[in-house]
Design a protein around this ligand. Structure first.
Ligand code: CO
Length: 284
């Protein structure tokens, strides 16, 4: 499974150059398009549309076509993206503090570092409780709350969220993570520590390839099948105005924005790990 290692390397290179794109007055769409273009240039494809979620939005914001929004002074920006090679999707996220929320920025960063330490020392034997408590402790030590209903996850080919959910708090579970690919993604907030569904986002996934009678819809589905079971967005198809109809007919799933319940500001950090034959590789 060299593919996941290669896919992760693409993310590492992008992360180095990313800071110059996330600054006040710069285009959010520009940042997303730059990342997606870099992934392709490096020989990968996006694992999912670049998510650029700001402040109380924890996840799932991806700009619509021609979106004109810009980063603002004071924003807590979460950039969550990944490259896949042959369907092996890497997944990683970094936060950018464009204001004075360094402690909140550090809370999720510390939490990822603490979870990484657990995984590097315990490998496949790391338990959900060990990882969750390391994350929870790092975040609460800084005076914030982990978001308890967002989780890390196992990853498989063509499957970004495979069976295992890795909670960002100590659930007491002694279940071991085992070998394979996993993403650890702590979210920290100055709010209550939960997210709720917000408005629908620009991100979709094919759930069932139903036969379409209308030629426009048939054409659109034919475009979408190339993403297989990985998420895609309105920017990636030629006729985004028909996507809603495909959601209504349950051909597509639409991901709602995930918003902190109390309107708290949210930071996030994420890396993908590959555990194989007792060896741990930090992929991203
Ligand atoms: Co993830």
């Amino acid at each position: 499974m060299d593919e996941i290692i290669k896919a992760g390397k693409i993310c590492k290179e992008i992360k180095k150059k990313l800071p110059s794109f996330i600054k006040p007055d710069l285009s959010i769409l520009g940042a997303a398009e730059w990342i997606e273009a870099e992934i392709k240039k490096a020989g990968g494809l996006p694992s999912f549309p670049v998510n650029i979620s700001i402040n109380e939005i924890a996840a799932h914001f991806s700009p619509m076509p021609k979106y004109e929004g810009v980063f603002k002074q004071g924003d807590m920006v979460k950039v969550d993206f990944g490259a896949h090679i042959d369907g092996f999707p890497s997944d990683n996220a970094v936060s950018f503090d464009l204001g004075e929320n360094e402690e909140l920025f550090l809370a999720s960063k510390d939490a990822l570092a603490a979870a990484t330490e657990v995984i590097l020392s315990r490998g496949a034997d790391s338990t959900l409780s060990e990882i969750g408590s390391a994350i929870e402790k790092a975040i609460t030590t800084r005076g914030f709350n982990p978001i308890t209903n967002l989780t890390g996850h196992s990853i498989a080919q063509w499957n970004l969220h495979d069976g295992l959910s890795i909670l960002n708090y100590d659930s007491g579970s002694d279940r071991k993570i085992g070998e394979g690919i996993i993403a650890i993604e702590p979210f920290a907030t100055n709010g209550e520590g939960r997210v709720k569904n917000g408005q629908s986002s620009e991100i979709y996934r094919l759930v069932s390839r139903r036969p379409q009678r209308l030629p426009n819809l048939r054409k659109l589905v034919n475009e979408i099948v190339k993403f297989k079971t990985l998420p895609f967005c309105s920017r990636w198809v030629s006729k985004p105005e028909y996507l809603r109809m495909l959601v209504k007919s349950e051909t597509l799933h639409n991901y709602p924005l995930l918003v902190e319940v109390s309107g708290g500001m949210v930071s996030q950090a994420e890396d993908t790990f590959y555990i194989k034959d007792g060896k741990v590789t930090i992929v991203t």
